[in-house]
Design a protein around this ligand. Structure first.
Ligand SMILES: *Cc1c(COP(=O)(O)O)cnc(C)c1O
Length: 399
């Protein structure tokens, strides 16, 4: 009997909504693609997106920029990072996070993660106490949200500025409060594989008018900052406008138009992701060899990807398991491999970080963690097929 194969690609997103395509075409006909190229009484799409996203987040200000990584870079600079300063960040994240810290002149100090892929609070406290760092770049990696009450409490106690990397938590909440509204600044990505898709793109949100004024100037606003969608009092610019370098990274109107059309669909898409996640997770839960992360009541996550571990699997078996799934069309990512692959890399491959750290707990967890994307082009029924293949291949190897 031939084995079931899954044939849909894991990298295929849904199309841009027709309203977005229409808006993009209309905008191209005007030729006014640059965010400051608007005519009298016209609100540029980039400014409109800033208004709508800030309102969605319940934050005063939003800055639209070129990428999530760029938003993080500007967030650190705008929050006052000085050259050579330490920035805490969880060790399980994606390469643009330590990259943004480095780009802003900071030195990443990596914090261990716990069994559920969140920052380890005990290690975080130790790092805060010993490093005296003024910044925590908390990456809600793969949508796993740490106990935010505890994180905020630690940040207050050690006077640490919290910046949230919400690349995977756009639309998520903790105790009913939006992920990205716990820290001083939050950064989002609208790169194709995130929760809204403009190819590349980033959004930064904050309630702090001084941080926003600096972020706008850094993003490359020239002396046109008054045209931003969510503008702090102009006095906040008066003193700093000639002292703040232009790190040219504006979002253009074309991408903003595509994103504006996706805003009304965001909440609905989050629950569509969750329907798929729940279906896959309950299928995988039928196999005792598979270990799924615990997700606390307080966490409303967006299940655009799923992580699991296979009990008692060594390195060779892990490679065999991935190959077995791949041969049947199920694309798993592995953060346990010695060499970085595709979008995946482990913290010890970021060799530019001074004073390479050894994080045994994170290494042990990642050695046995498998990660898969759940694009919205997959149906609920697909989850059953994918889950079945994963269980088959895992049990064949362990047996
Ligand atoms: C994608 C991603 C980013 C950066 O986003 P870009 O828009 O690609 O720069 C940051 N953090 C995490 C966890 C990501 O997955």
């Amino acid at each position: 009997m031939s084995k079931t194969r899954f044939t849909k690609p894991f990298t295929q997103q849904e199309s841009i909504p027709q309203t977005g395509i229409d808006a993009a075409v209309k905008l191209m006909q005007t030729g006014r693609l640059h965010r400051y190229n608007s005519i009298a009484d016209e609100t540029a799409a980039a400014a409109q997106l800033e208004r709508e996203y800030a309102a969605y987040m319940g934050q005063r200000y939003c800055l639209a920029c070129t990428s999530g990584g760029y938003a993080m870079h500007v967030a650190l600079k705008a929050a006052g990072l000085r050259a050579g300063e330490v920035v805490l960040t969880n060790a399980f994240t994606l390469a643009p996070v330590p990259g943004a810290i480095d780009n802003a002149g900071g030195k990443p100090l990596l914090v261990e993660i716990d069994d559920n892929y969140c920052v380890d609070l005990t290690h975080l406290q130790t790092c805060m106490r010993h490093s005296k760092a003024r910044f925590l770049m908390l990456s809600h990696m793969r949508g796993h949200i740490a106990d935010m009450d505890a994180v905020v409490e630690l940040c207050e106690r050690y006077q640490v500025i919290l910046i949230e990397d919400c690349a995977h938590t756009m639309g998520a909440t903790w105790n009913g409060k939006r992920s990205g509204s716990f820290g001083q600044v939050a950064c989002f990505s609208t790169q194709t594989y995130k929760h809204m898709n403009s190819g590349e793109g980033g959004l930064l949100t904050t309630d702090d008018g001084d941080i926003m004024a600096r972020a706008i100037l850094y993003s490359g606003s020239y002396m046109l900052y008054e045209r931003h969608g969510t503008l702090p009092d102009l006095e906040r610019f008066a003193d700093i406008r000639l002292d703040t370098p232009n790190y040219s990274g504006r979002m253009d109107n074309l991408r903003a138009a595509i994103l504006l059309a996706q805003m009304p669909e965001l909440e609905g898409n989050c629950s569509r992701w969750n329907d798929r996640y729940q279906a896959l997770q309950s299928r995988l839960a039928q196999c005792a060899q598979l270990q799924l992360p615990e997700r606390p009541e307080s966490e409303y996550f967006v299940g655009s990807s799923l992580q699991f571990r296979v009990k008692d699997l060594d390195k060779d078996q892990a490679a065999e398991f991935i190959a077995g799934c791949a041969a049947r069309g199920v694309e798993l990512k592995w953060f346990g491999g010695a060499e970085p692959q595709g979008f995946t890399s482990r913290y010890d491959s970021w060799r530019y970080i001074e004073g390479q750290q050894h994080l045994p707990y994170t290494l042990a967890i990642l050695a046995n963690t498998f990660d898969l994307r759940i694009p919205l082009t997959f149906s609920i029924e697909d989850m059953d097929i994918i889950g079945g293949i994963i269980i088959d291949e895992a049990t064949a190897i362990i047996a």
